[in-house]
Design a binder for this molecule. Structure first.
Ligand SMILES: Cc1cc2nc3c(=O)[nH]c(=O)nc-3n(C[C@H](O)[C@H](O)[C@H](O)COP(=O)(O)OP(=O)(O)OC[C@H]3O[C@@H](n4cnc5c(N)ncnc54)[C@H](O)[C@@H]3O)c2cc1C
Length: 471
C-alpha cells in the first residue's frame, strides 16, 4: 500500500492524468510476456521527462516503495511483474529520437522509443541499428537495453550491448548520472554503461541512451536449407562458422515449428523436413555472392536435401517472416506457451538439440525448438496448459534439466531473455556463489534500500513460474 501523502506527491509530479490506481490499470500492469506470473502493483505512473523520473524516485526512496520500470512488457522472464507490489513506471511518454548525429554516427534517444520505429527511421539516412529482437514491432529501446536483447542479426553484428555507448540514468535516490557518451573510446573508471546494459531495471532507471550506428549494408541475400535429419541441420550451423563465414542471420526451426508456422503464415515451407536453416548474408555484392555460394556448398556437404536462394526481396522477406512468426504461431496451439532460451557455444548446438529432444521425451512434454542457432541460442518452447498442474510440473522439471544440460555443455541459463524472476533460482548454477555475492554487492551500492525491481535476479527462495503471486 502507498501512503496517501506519497500518492498526492506523485500526482503533483506527473499530473493527475498520469497517475493511475484504478483496478483496470493495476490488472493490466500485473503481468508481462511471461506466462503464469501475475502480481498487482499499487499504482502506475507515466513520467514525461528525466526530471519527473528523478522526483518520483526521491519520493519512493523516502518511503521505501518499490519501483518497477516498464517498456512494453514483452519480456519473458517476469521482469516487469511487481512481485513485491509498488509503483510501475511506464516509459512510453519518453519516446523521442532526440538527435541523429550524422558526423559521429550516433543517435540519442529516449527509452520509451519503439525499436522498429527507430530502426526504420535511421535506415532512411542509410544507417543501420542492428539489434532486432523478434518483438521489435512492440518492444522499446529502454527494455532492449535493460535486457541486453539480441535478435536475428546478432551473429554478425552483436547484441544491444555492442551499440550502447552512453546512458543517462536515474539512481534509486533520484540522483541523475551520465555514463559514456558519443565516444568510441572511454576508460575513465569502471564501465558503468556496460554494467547498466542488461541490469533488468534493478540498478537504475535508464532515461536516455546514446546508440552507435553503422552504415547500412548495400546488398543482402537470403536462403533456406532443408534437412531430413535434425542433427545434420544443427551440425551445419557449426560447420558454416568453422569455415570462417559469419552470416548476418543463421536461424533454426525444427519440424513441429515449421508445420505450425506454415499453417499460420502460409509461406509454403517444407512441411516434410525435420529442420530448416534460414540464412542471410549482407555486405558488398561480391562478398555476399561468394558467401552465399559457399554456404550452399557446406549445407549440401552436410546432407541438406534442398537449398534455395530467395529470388526477390519479397521472397526473402517471406522466408525471414517464418522465423519472426514462430512464437506467435506456436502460441495458437495450446493455452500456455513457455519459451525458454538456453544457450551453448556454437560448436555444441547439435548436442543441445539432441539433449532437448531427449529431455522432452523423458518428461513426455511437447517442446518445439527454434532460435538464433548461429549464436548458440535456442528457444525450446513448451506447448502446455497452465490448468494441468501435473503437466506443468513435468514441463518445469524438463526445463530445469535443459538448463542443466546447457551449463554442462559450457552454456548459460539465458542468452537474451534475462534472469528476472523465473530464472533467479538458477542464476547460481551459472555464476557460482562468489559471483552472486559480487552482484549483490553491486546491487547494494546502487540501491541500498532495494527499491528497484525487487524480487528479480536474486532468488530469496525457489520461486518457480508455476507459483502465481497475488499482490
Ligand atoms: C514474440 C517475442 C519475441 C521476442 N524475441 C526476442 C528476441 O529475438 N531477442 C530478445 O533478446 N528478446 C526477445 N523477446 C523478449 C523481449 O521482447 C525483450 O526482452 C525486449 O527487450 C523487452 O522490451 P520491452 O520494451 O517490452 O521491455 P519490458 O518487458 O517492459 O521490460 C524488460 C525489462 O527491462 C526493464 N526496463 C524497461 N525499461 C527500462 C528503463 N527505462 N530503465 C531501466 N529498466 C527498464 C524492466 O524493468 C524489465 O526488467 C521476445 C519476446 C516476445 C514476446
Amino acid at each position: 500500500m502507498i501512503p496517501e501523502t506519497a500518492k498526492s506527491r506523485l500526482k503533483q509530479i506527473v499530473g493527475e492524468a498520469h497517475f493511475r490506481d484504478d483496478p483496470q490499470t493495476l490488472v493490466t500492469h500485473s503481468y508481462d510476456g511471461t506466462p503464469m506470473l501475475q502480481s498487482l502493483p499499487d499504482a502506475v505512473v507515466y513520467p514525461a521527462d528525466t526530471r519527473q523520473v528523478s522526483e518520483i524516485l526521491k519520493v519512493l526512496h523516502e518511503y521505501g516503495i518499490p519501483l518497477i520500470s516498464r517498456g512494453s512488457g514483452t519480456n519473458l522472464s517476469g521482469g516487469t511483474v511487481p512481485v513485491e507490489g509498488g509503483v510501475v513506471m511506464v516509459m512510453h511518454r519518453m519516446n523521442q529520437i532526440l538527435e541523429l548525429d550524422l558526423e559521429n554516427l550516433t543517435a540519442t534517444v529516449q527509452p520509451g522509443l519503439n525499436t522498429k520505429r527507430f530502426i526504420e527511421h535511421v535506415e532512411q539516412y542509410g544507417l543501420f541499428y542492428p539489434p532486432d529482437p523478434g518483438s521489435m514491432a512492440v518492444s522499446t529501446i529502454g527494455g532492449n537495453i535493460a535486457e541486453c536483447s539480441g535478435g536475428l542479426r546478432g551473429l554478425k553484428y552483436g547484441t544491444t550491448k555492442d551499440y550502447v555507448i552512453g546512458l543517462e540514468a536515474v539512481l534509486a535516490n533520484g540522483e541523475i548520472i551520465r555514463t559514456g557518451g558519443k565516444l568510441m573510446k572511454d576508460v575513465a573508471g569502471y564501465d558503468l554503461t556496460k554494467l547498466l546494459v542488461g541490469s533488468e531495471g534493478t540498478l537504475a532507471v535508464i532515461t536516455e541512451a546514446v546508440l552507435k550506428l553503422i552504415p547500412l549494408p548495400k546488398c543482402k541475400k537470403t536462403m533456406i536449407a532443408m534437412f531430413s535429419d535434425i542433427y545434420d541441420a544443427a551440425r551445419t550451423v557449426s560447420k558454416i562458422i568453422e569455415n570462417r563465414i559469419i552470416p548476418a542471420t543463421l536461424e533454426f526451426l525444427d519440424n513441429p515449428t515449421i508445420r505450425v508456422v506454415d499453417d499460420y503464415a502460409k509461406i509454403g515451407l517444407p512441411r516434410d523436413m525435420e529442420a530448416i536453416l534460414l540464412i542471410e548474408q549482407d555486405g558488398d555484392r561480391e562478398t555476399v555472392e561468394r558467401d552465399i555460394a559457399r554456404i550452399g556448398e557446406i549445407c549440401r556437404d552436410e546432407n541438406a536435401d534442398r537449398v534455395e536462394i530467395a529470388q526477390s526481396d519479397e521472397e526473402a522477406q517471406k522466408l525471414m517472416s517464418a522465423r519472426r512468426f514462430a512464437f506467435t504461431a506456436l502460441a495458437r496451439l495450446k493455452p500456455t506457451t513457455i519459451l525458454e532460451d538456453a544457450t551453448v557455444p556454437r560448436s555444441k548446438i547439435a548436442d543441445m538439440v539432441v539433449e532437448i529432444n531427449r529431455i522432452a521425451k523423458k518428461y513426455n512434454v511437447t517442446i518445439c525448438t527454434f532460435g538464433h542457432a548461429g549464436d548458440g541460442n535456442l528457444h525450446p518452447t513448451a506447448l502446455t496448459d497452465a490448468r494441468d498442474r501435473e503437466e506443468i510440473e513435468r514441463v518445469e522439471a524438463a526445463f530445469e534439466e535443459i538448463f542443466d544440460a546447457a551449463i554442462r555443455l559450457g552454456g548459460t541459463i539465458t542468452g537474451e531473455h534475462g534472469v528476472g524472476t523465473v530464472k533467479a533460482p538458477f542464476l547460481e548454477w551459472k555464476v557460482g556463489r562468489a559471483g552472486i555475492d559480487v552482484m549483490q554487492g553491486i546491487k547494494r551500492a546502487f540501491d541500498p534500500k532495494g527499491i528497484l525491481n525487487p524480487g528479480k535476479m536474486f532468488a530469496k527462495e525457489t520461486r518457480k513460474r508455476v507459483i502465481i503471486h497475488h499482490g
